[in-house]
Design a protein around this ligand. Structure first.
Ligand code: UCC
Ligand code: FAD
Length: 582
């Protein structure tokens, strides 16, 4: 019919407009703060070239593998075709490529080679930060591998773990091993002291056989593991509580017929996120193991692993925030609404800029802990550095874990409905962020860890914190542009000091009620001081100053503000419970 003419919507024709998708560009070149931070602290051409090359590979190739890990998740094959129990965890080709890449890139090795001295950890973690959001969660086994290497190093690299140590820290894909970290049992993952039922039966050759049930074991395709168990005496008795726990090393091996030695995989977990990675329930049924710690020193000995994995967790949290901001800003330059690009709507830019401030603060927090770790491992740490590392590890883990969920969630909204669409890959980022505040110590458990480390140091840890924050502000005194931020930190520090003095006169339950808010205050004040310090660096831009000012506008010492409401009083505690159960 000549009168109808061209029909844009007809039969198979669905119109000519297709929204351009956000493009993942080289995450190193796209990250002004990371580059600035390294330029300031580790200005090495070798590092820049390496990170730039990794960033290019991540954008062009590795991100696709990460997606493949998500859409082709691991599965458990209990039986072979002839009915034999094999408990084979089948993983994707992409997951295996991640392992090879991790070895080649030295993602664990760099921390132990220490080519860049005290900055080696910053270098290593910068690589992990670039890799993490595209890694298909391979950063999880890497975290545990790094943690295990650290424990083996601290307990002594000698028989029977020297081979394992050399494999965990190897750059050769065919030699590289990963480790598990099997702590959680059905009765409890936070309270491992009461929750651990696994027993270790001494063998005549000095080794042990483990019997128990591990409720969450991530990246269970690992080659070895560290785990906790109670040693049985001749009568079969064990010591309860933390004092009864010892640390064990075990290899995950198969016999010549491919059967797992001393382990049965009960099932793989069906999880909200981290679907790329197998997380199994394991029956330990005579698993051969070696004791690494003194008897009863299991928790203290695995603490080295916790420090490392919590730092990795913080890096992955910041990396998730950074990834969503990078994609969101790219999208804002491609999507039009109400006649202009999203980037030209000031309210949309305000939203992204708030996410950016959160991300910058989290980045500086996490990198500062890496810096401290590097100093400790190179023998350069002062007493103050050591105290700060102990205090800030749980603080940064708990704070960035929570921030990641908030920032990534906001980030998804910035893509509109597409942020909710599964095969854009965006929902994966949110699902995977949600675990960061749960595993490796929940927010509350880590807040209590902060209290414990403060209490056990008789004031030394807090002294280190206050003096370091003050020293970070020192460079800003002459810069009037930063003075509102400096004033805000100064006044938050005074409020914090007053709170702590008051809390010291009260019953322990008072401080326990305040633990989470205290940890948040420590994080916010410290992050503010780091932003100010970075803005004072000669290579900084006016936008670094702007970020510091924006950060310091918020309530920095939440614990003092909440205290004024009386919310830590014992009467409030009972009302909290009553209201919850009304
Ligand atoms: O979730 C897991 C793996 C997930 C996958 C890996 C992801 C990595 C990131 C990837 C990114 C993509 S594995 C499970 C993780 N589980 C936890 O984190 C447990 C959470 N619960 C706690 O942290 C608790 O606070 C406990 C278990 C540590 C509490 O145990 P105790 O026995 O009641 O604690 P005590 O009595 O306070 O501490 C016993 C000893 C003490 O040493 P001594 O006896 O010398 O005074 C403590 O000082 O252990 C020492 N200690 C520590 N030392 C306890 N915690 C620490 C610490 N954080 N740092 C140093
Ligand atoms: P619970 O300890 O029962 O905690 C429940 C709630 O109570 C939490 O909100 C917690 O904050 C709160 N709570 C507990 N104690 C207190 C307190 N004293 N005061 C105030 N609040 C409190 N574990 C491993 O060992 N190895 C692994 O490889 C591993 N992989 C995992 C993978 C995934 C995907 C997940 C989700 C978990 C994994 N875990 C692993 C387990 C994880 O470490 C635990 O789930 C976590 O430590 C919490 O322990 P729980 O589940 O027993 O919770």
């Amino acid at each position: 019919d000549a009168t109808v003419g061209y029909l844009p919507f007809s039969r198979a024709s669905i119109g000519s407009f297709f929204q351009q998708q956000p493009e993942l560009k080289n995450p190193f070149l796209e990250d002004a703060l990371l580059r600035g931070y390294l330029k300031r602290h580790l200005p090495s051409q070798e590092v820049f070239s390496d990170l730039s090359a990794l960033g290019e590979r991540v954008a062009k190739e590795v991100d696709g593998w990460g997606r493949e890990c998500e859409v082709n998740p691991p599965r458990l094959l209990h039986f072979d075709p002839w009915g034999r129990r094999v408990d084979h965890i089948v993983t994707s080709a992409a997951w295996k490529r991640m392992k090879d890449l991790s070895a080649q890139e030295g993602l664990v090795a760099i921390g132990y080679e220490r080519t860049f001295g005290e900055w080696s950890r910053v270098y290593q973690m910068s690589k992990l930060y670039i890799f993490s959001p595209s890694s298909g969660l391979y950063t999880c086994p890497l975290a545990m591998t790094d943690g295990a290497a650290k424990v083996l190093q601290s307990t002594g690299v000698s028989w029977p773990v020297e081979e394992a140590y050399s494999r965990l820290t190897s750059r050769q894909p065919e030699r590289f091993w990963t480790s598990g970290q099997w702590m959680t049992e059905r009765r409890g993952g936070s309270d491992v002291a009461s929750g651990t039922e696994t027993v270790a039966i001494p063998q005549t050759d000095g080794s042990y056989k483990l019997h128990g049930f591990k409720w969450f074991t991530s990246a269970t395709d690992a080659d070895m593991t560290l785990t906790l168990a109670r040693i049985q005496d001749r009568t079969g008795a064990t010591t309860p509580g933390s004092k009864g726990l010892s640390l064990f090393y075990a290899e995950v091996s198969r016999d010549k017929d491919g059967l797992l030695q001393g382990i049965e995989v009960q099932r793989l977990k069906d999880k909200l996120g981290t679907r790329q990675m197998p997380t199994a329930e394991l029956l330990l049924d005579g698993l051969p193991a070696y004791r690494l710690s003194e008897e009863g020193r299991g928790v203290a000995s695995i603490a080295n692993m916790l420090t490392i994995t919590r730092i990795h967790n913080s890096i992955s949290a910041v990396a998730a925030m950074r990834r969503v901001v990078q994609l969101a800003r790219d999208f804002a330059a491609r999507r039009t609404a109400f006649g202009k690009l999203l980037k030209d709507h000031p309210l949309h830019m305000q939203t992204l800029s708030r996410m950016e401030v959160e991300t910058r603060a989290a980045f500086l927090l996490a990198m500062d802990v890496c810096r401290l770790l590097g100093r400790e491992e190179s023998g350069l740490a002062s007493q103050q550095d050591a105290h700060l590392l102990r205090l800030l590890t749980p603080v940064v883990k708990l704070y960035t874990g929570k921030q990641a969920v908030a920032v990534v969630s906001e980030g998804l909204e910035s893509f509109g409905g597409q942020g909710y669409i599964e095969d854009t890959g965006l929902p994966t980022i949110l699902r995977d962020a949600q675990v960061l505040s749960i595993w490796e110590g929940t927010t509350n458990v880590l807040s209590l860890d902060v209290l414990r480390c403060v209490a056990r140091s008789s004031g030394m840890v807090l002294h280190a914190y206050f003096s370091h924050v003050k020293s970070l502000l020192a460079g800003a005194c002459s810069l009037s542009s930063l003075s509102p931020a400096v004033k805000a930190i100064d006044s938050a520090l005074s409020e914090l000091e007053t709170f702590l003095q008051d809390a010291a006169t009260r019953k322990p339950a008072y401080l326990e009620q305040a633990a989470r808010d205290l940890a948040y205050s420590l994080a916010r004040i410290y992050a503010g001081a780091l932003l100010i310090d970075h803005a004072c660096w000669k290579g900084a831009s006016h936008l670094d100053t702007y970020a510091a000012l924006r950060w310091c506008e918020q309530d920095l010492c939440v614990v003092a503000a909440k205290q004024r409401t009386g919310c830590y009083d014992s009467s409030t505690a009972s009302l909290d419970a009553a209201m919850v159960y009304e």
